[in-house]
Design a protein around this ligand. Structure first.
Ligand code: PEP
Ligand code: MN
Length: 263
């Protein structure tokens, strides 16, 4: 179902009155994790003002250490709802367990399946039984073929609203957190009709690399970007080193508007 052979046109995923995969570039922005009402509403208002189309924010966080901040969980989803009411921005948030799928169906507009769960086949099948748009991130050690097969797991259950995300893969290079595989964009476009977005924040782990790689993603054919934005990166509970400030995000958007039409 993800194969271009049986679906020659490009899929356009509808989210409210917006789309991902059309002629325009979709911009998803927001903090790695929701931390407080003030934090999420102020970032949401700033990114909306700058022209973002979607708000991201983790409520359930997949952290390497069990002692790191794990997210505000249900309270985080409630705060995302408040931010949506204030700005109208649709919400993108990561689902880690099917136990809370019903809450996600109620609170979230796009369900993110994170890199660490790309091959959690049971979770893929469960979100495949819904009709929510799914943002499927490539596993850090997964091939493009494996990513497409994971999309297939979701689509085989009936949900064809899948958006793919390249977020960097593990290589020998340690300067960056991951290595952005830009060639995934033309590779996926050749094999599949699904939209592809790029996450320059997790790909690099470095806030100052977000702009050059965002530009590169656009010229390589990406359908959108997902960018971490935090109002106080130095004190962020998660991923501060790769987060740009709302001021830098606004400048970045001005630059991107010169090379792409933004949704
Ligand atoms: C995230 O988007 O905050 C995240 C944890 O991403 P990934 O699954 O790509 O590591
Ligand atoms: Mn993050």
């Amino acid at each position: 179902k993800a194969n271009r052979l049986f679906h020659p046109g490009n899929s356009v995923i509808k989210i409210g009155d917006q789309t991902i995969g059309g002629d325009k570039l979709a911009i998803i922005a927001g903090p790695c994790s929701v931390e407080s009402e003030d934090q999420i509403t102020s970032i949401a208002q700033d990114i909306k003002q700058a022209g973002a189309g979607f708000l991201r924010g983790g409520a359930y966080k997949p952290r390497t250490s069990p002692y790191s901040f794990q997210g505000l969980k249900m309270e985080g989803l409630e705060l995302l709802k408040i931010a949506k009411e204030k700005t109208g921005l649709p919400i993108v948030s990561e689902l880690m367990s099917a136990d809370v799928l019903d809450s996600f169906l109620e609170y979230v507009d796009v369900i993110q399946i994170g890199a660490r769960n790309m091959q959690n086949f049971d979770l893929l099948k469960k979100v495949g039984k819904t009709n929510k748009p799914i943002l499927l991130k490539r596993g850090m050690s997964s091939t493009i073929e494996e990513l497409l097969m994971s999309a297939e797991y979701i689509m085989a259950e009936g949900n064809e609203n899948v958006i793919l995300c390249e977020r960097g893969i593990r290589t020998f290079e340690s300067f960056t957190r991951n290595t952005l595989d830009l060639s995934a964009i033309p590779a996926i476009k050749r094999k599949s009709h699904l939209p592809v977005i790029i996450d320059p924040s997790h790909a690099t782990g470095l806030w100052w690399m977000v702009e050059p790689l965002a530009k590169a993603a656009i010229v390589t054919g990406a359908d959108g970007l997902i960018i971490e934005v935090h109002n106080d990166p130095a004190n962020a509970k998660c991923d501060g080193q790769q987060s740009i400030t709302p001021q830098r995000f606004a400048k970045l958007m001005e630059t991107l508007k010169k090379i792409a039409e933004i949704e």
